[in-house]
Design a binder for this molecule. Structure first.
Ligand code: URA
Length: 234
């Protein structure tokens, strides 16, 4: 049985039968911007996490100001994975469990990953730009992004992934340090600013739950992710 036929009943059960693969065009690249307009992290009275290992970094996060959240949401998955998935910030479910993407959107993300033979149990790592739930689920403020930025950067250092997948506008614009609308960022490959690292942008699964007609475009993005994993040299 091929992996596609194995997945078909699964996708159909998920209502994803309308996900059609359309071969993407040649992948574009974008030169890294010369400057970084992202805010510098505030002085938190503690050394930056450069040089920390995974356990030290997680403990460091736990000592940070929780900004009203119940607990930090550090990340989950395979720390030696080639693919790092970055969302925006924890929501209520994530804040309750301390694990990213565990609500309805997270379940859809898991099914999307399964469709390209990826999972948090085996070959992807999942985290967020912000590690604490913003009050009332609002977008993270620049100060909140800045406060958690060194943690994400250290996670990337430790992981050394081949590909970062930004899900949703906030993650994409923050990681790429731009204000370009998500619809213009997805569908092509970008360079992570000042790193030898590729970035792909796709829709946030919460958006896909609200706009299922966009799933066909997300499926194109997923196929690009799968292709990039197989052939990282582009
Ligand atoms: N949305 C996100 O961006 N991240 C989560 O962890 C959950 C929902």
């Amino acid at each position: 049985m091929t992996s596609d036929t194995r997945r078909d009943p699964y996708l159909s059960a998920l209502g994803l039968t309308d996900w059609q693969y359309r071969a993407g065009g040649p992948l574009d690249t974008k030169p890294a911007p010369e400057t970084d307009s992202r805010p510098a992290p505030p002085d938190a009275g503690e050394a930056a996490p450069d040089g920390m290992n995974w356990d030290e970094l997680e403990a460091y996060l736990a000592r940070r100001d929780h900004r009203g959240a119940n607990r930090p949401v550090f990340g989950v998955g395979a720390r030696d994975a080639q693919v790092l998935i970055v969302g925006e910030a924890p929501g209520a479910n994530e804040d309750a469990q301390g694990v990213p993407f565990v609500g309805r959107a997270g379940k859809l993300l898991d099914r999307m990953l399964f469709a390209i033979d990826c999972s948090r149990a085996t070959n992807v790592y999942i985290t967020n730009i912000c590690k604490f739930r913003p009050p009332d689920n609002r977008d993270p403020t620049p100060d909140e992004v800045a406060a958690d930025w060194p943690i994400l950067e250290r996670q990337i250092d430790l992981m050394a992934p081949r590909l970062v997948v930004a899900v949703g506008r906030v993650a994409a614009q923050t990681l790429l340090d731009c204000q370009t609308p998500l619809g213009k960022l997805r569908g092509r490959l970008h360079r992570y600013p000042r790193r030898d690292l590729d970035v792909l942008v796709t829709y946030h699964p919460a958006f896909l739950l609200r706009s299922p007609q966009q799933k066909s475009k997300a499926w194109v993005d997923l196929k690009m992710i799968a292709r990039h994993i197989r052939n990282p040299g582009r």
